[in-house]
Design a protein around this ligand. Structure first.
Ligand code: KIV
Ligand code: ZN
Length: 523
């Protein structure tokens, strides 16, 4: 949907650390983070636009849905390497190759555990068997592509001599990247630093290929451990947008990138990431999954650049550097500027959308413009954030099984709330009524009645896009299907009941789309 920025050419003396993004694999497999095919493609395009070097698009053999998304992303993304994960088995590797083979730059990413604990209890294999399998499967993958990554799962808890033997073996068999993950988030920065220094000494061939780190965040040390590994010489880091991932998540990409950027003096290493795309990537992921980051989250949290204390505000006004180590603009955070009003035309709207970095199709632009007009009629001031909220939502729409025609909701201090909602579904109007303790709940009941299905509500959050009395309400709803899969929907309106209804319908539409295409979520 959007244009890709040209990658910067590294200057000769620049140390560049590659960013391997696994938002769509390690991130997506964590509960509540599932995405449908369209959402994954949109996310992949954003990763490409921001300059990620490698996108891990999924785990091809894990489900038909995952296979399809790896295959589609491989065709859609041209500016990065596209990888599929595979266990160290012929079947997995063949399936991974089938999914990535049409990518401009395909990678097969094989993993096999090397710690005694994993080998004995999970794999039930002897170290020699693990070694043989790692080498044989790397060779097998190498028959398909020159770009093969081998990950020694639970590397940081592995015996160093054995790990070094595996590293040398897979490199001799053709691995071009060796990743040594802290799978359970157990290591510490000092230990991870020593770990990489030691392993480079014990397995000197590592210095001829790409060495990678992959840190989980169970002790809240994922980013710190990653940066320590950079200091110890790794040249690839594996991470996710907003730090999503298994359990406490993976190391957060935006934090690693900005730490390397802001503290170039300390790390002497940079990335190819266009840092001004960070906020958009974070917002897109939030809008897809419905999971917001904590307000005080570094780099992308709501408060990351807010100076509340008067003394800080004063300092920043005198000289920004007093309390600001990076500018909001450097991470693509837009000031809340007034942009358009209700008399603005489609051309001006289109230009504004473009300048925000979105390249919508004609149909998407027309739909976004209609929404903008409705909003501009209701709201005095339309800000960039309002437009981004409309456009980001437009970008990840699924086919609409149901659309909202009209609704009424009544409420009062002494009466039960009642709602009547009419939807268009299957080409006809369907109406339902509901009662409840509040108008939003009553409206959800009415929708359930209209579609003839009891939809379990998993989560509901209400916020505002901007500040001010006429701000748009921003509702996020997560619904659960019978199989336990969860689907999020977002709705915007200056009326919070309408925003909630729209969010609920969007979530239901995603559920119907997944059921129809059988791209079930994994959560
Ligand atoms: O955490 C881990 O070890 C992994 C591997 C599959 C790379 O995600
Ligand atoms: Zn992982």
């Amino acid at each position: 949907m959007q244009e890709t920025k040209k990658k910067q050419q590294p200057e000769p003396d620049r140390r560049v650390v590659k960013i391997f993004d696994t938002t769509l694999r390690d991130g997506e497999q964590s509960p509540g983070m599932s995405m449908n095919l369209r959402e994954k493609i949109e996310m992949a395009r954003q990763l490409e636009r921001m300059g990620v070097d490698i996108i891990e698009a999924g785990f091809a053999i894990s489900s038909p849905g995952d296979f399809e998304s790896v295959r589609t992303i491989s065709g859609a993304v041209k500016g990065c390497v596209v990888a599929s994960l595979a266990r160290a088995s012929v079947q997995d590797i063949d399936r991974a190759w089938e999914a990535v083979k049409d990518a401009k730059n395909p990678r097969i990413h094989i993993f096999l555990a090397t710690s005694q604990l994993h080998m004995e209890y999970k794999l039930k294999m002897k170290p020699d068997e693990v070694y043989e399998q790692a080498v044989a499967m790397t060779r097998h993958a190498k028959g398909y592509t020159s770009d093969v990554e081998f990950s020694a799962e639970d590397a940081t808890r592995s015996d160093m001599d054995f790990l070094a033997r595996v590293c040398e073996g897979v490199i001799a068999a053709g691995a071009t990247t060796v990743n040594l993950p802290d799978t359970v988030g157990y290591t510490t920065p000092e230990e991870n630093y020593r770990f990489f220094i030691d392993i480079r000494e014990k397995a000197p061939s590592l210095d001829k290929i790409t060495i990678s780190t992959h840190c989980h965040n169970d002790l809240g040390l994922g980013v710190a451990n990653t940066l320590a590994a950079v200091q110890a010489g790794v040249n690839q880091v594996e991470c996710t947008v907003n730090g999503i991932g298994e359990r406490a998540g993976n190391a957060a990409m935006e934090e690693i990138v900005m730490a390397l950027h802001v503290r170039k003096d300390e790390y002497g290493a940079e990335t190819n990431i266009d840092t001004t795309e960070i906020t958009r990537a974070s917002n897109l992921l939030t809008s897809i999954t419905g999971v917001k980051v904590q307000p005080n989250k570094a780099i992308v949290g709501e408060n990351a650049f807010a100076h509340e204390a008067g003394i800080h505000q004063h300092g920043v006004m005198q000289k920004a550097e007093t309390y600001e180590i990076m500018t909001p603009e450097s991470v693509g955070l837009k000031t809340n500027s007034l942009v358009l009003g209700k008399h603005s035309g489609k051309h001006a709207f289109g230009e504004r959308v473009k300048s925000l970095g979105y390249d919508l199709t004609k149909a998407e632009l027309a739909e976004a413009f209609d929404k903008f007009k409705i909003l501009a009629d209701k709201k005095k001031s339309v800000y960039d954030k309002d437009i981004e909220a409309i456009v980001a939502k437009e970008a990840v729409q699924v086919p609409k099984t149901f659309t909202l025609k009209k609704f009424t909701a009544t409420n009062g201090s002494d009466i039960d709330a009642e709602a009547e909602v009419t939807l268009i579904g299957g080409g006809r109007a369907i109406t339902g009524t509901g009662k409840g303790s509040g108008p939003i709940y009553a409206a959800f009941q009415a929708i359930d009645m209209a579609i003839g299905r009891d939809i379990p509500l998993d989560d509901f959050q209400l916020g505002a896009v901007t500040e001010g009395e006429d701000a748009q309400g921003d509702a996020t709803v997560i619904v659960a299907s019978g199989s336990g899969a969860r689907y999020s929907g977002r709705g915007l309106s200056t009326d919070i009941v309408e925003a909630s209804i729209r969010a609920y319908i969007n979530a239901i539409n995603k559920m119907y789309y997944a059921e129809k295409t059988q791209v079930e979520s994994l959560s």
